[in-house]
Design a protein around this ligand. Structure first.
Ligand code: CP
Length: 312
């Protein structure tokens, strides 16, 4: 089935074959993302960036992807500058935006906001992160990073470290990695364990998944160490945040016994979980991961909005 005109609210909206096709297409988009070649695949298309929560990478890489493919953007980067301040509902805001743009990329602090937006819009909606829910395009670029380094998404041991309770990136990624046959090793402070609903779903999928709270042991067996930030903004009670803040940190010593091929990933922003000294090691993959956001989002936008049959 074609992705043309479809919403992407959850990574579950994409089949394995569709994900593989997007990753193949993204690889071809790299020279365009680097500005070495031009291709007007989105010529005449307008994409609305509706960001009601802070973002650096997601918004700017989507904008870069659109503009490098010859399209243009309408951007809301500050909810306070919109009529939401006057009491307009998200539903009405999205419904109206869908008559100004060909697709809507939405980030919102509330889980479920992207699903609501997809109902409000008769144009495709792409979820760019909804609260502690999902971040499917982050998952696509995470998978692209892993596949670029290992040539496969199967049979790897992937440690998911940190805030597994509120981290939408791991909620999306765990599902996708399980689909592709990698083993998940969960390492988090007790208070930030992966919620039962996600564990149940992984079990139903037949995923290989286990807990390893001992970080040193987890790092020794990992092919991929996926580090996340503890998301202060998701805690209702700041004292709960303070109890877990700073409870893990990756530095040269942590990685001393790692496999040579281990890659350290992070969706970024980091807030002290990875020491800057790791940046210069062969393990650091997080800046490449951030770059791959552009070709991956190009591939997705082209699949949803481009003229059928035209690739990178
Ligand atoms: N990875 C990610 O979503 O980063 P931003 O919050 O900066 O968009």
């Amino acid at each position: 089935m074609s992705l043309h005109g479809r919403d992407v609210v959850s990574i579950r909206d994409l089949s394995r074959d569709e994900i593989t096709g997007l990753l193949d297409s993204a690889r071809k988009m790299v020279p365009l993302a680097e500005g070495r070649r031009a291709s007007p695949l989105l010529d005449g298309k307008i994409v609305a960036m509706a960001f009601f929560e802070p973002s650096t990478r997601t918004r700017l890489s989507f904008e870069s992807a659109v503009q490098r493919l010859g399209g243009s953007c309408l951007t809301i980067a500050d909810a306070g500058a919109t009529s939401l301040r006057k009491g307009e509902s998200l539903y009405d805001t999205i419904r109206m935006l869908s008559s100004y743009a060909d697709a809507i990329v939405l980030r919102h602090p509330n889980e479920g906001a992207a699903r609501l937006a997809a109902r409000a819009s008769d144009r495709p909606v792409i979820n760019a992160g909804d609260g502690a829910g999902q971040h499917p395009t982050q998952t696509l670029l995470d998978l692209a990073t892993i596949r670029e380094r290992f040539g496969t998404l199967a049979g790897l041991k992937v440690v998911l470290l940190g805030d597994l309770k509120y981290g939408r990136t791991v909620h999306s990624l765990a599902f996708a990695l399980a689909e592709f046959g990698s083993e998940l090793i969960l390492s988090s402070p007790e208070a930030l364990r992966l919620p039962e609903e996600h564990r149940d779903e992984l079990r139903r999928q037949g995923a290989k998944v286990r807990d390893q709270p001992d970080l040193a042991k987890a790092v020794r067996e990992a092919d991929v160490l996926y580090v996340t930030r503890i998301q202060k903004e998701r805690f209702a009670d700041e004292s709960e945040y303070r109890e877990v803040a700073g409870s893990y940190r990756i530095d040269g010593r942590t990685l001393a016994d790692a496999k040579p091929q281990l890659i350290v990933m992070h969706p970024l922003p980091r807030a002290g979980e990875i020491a800057p000294e790791v940046d210069a090691t062969r393990h650091a993959a997080y800046f490449r991961q951030a770059f791959l956001a552009v070709p991956v989002r190009m591939a997705l936008l082209n699949a949803i909005l481009g003229r059928p049959g035209r690739g990178g």
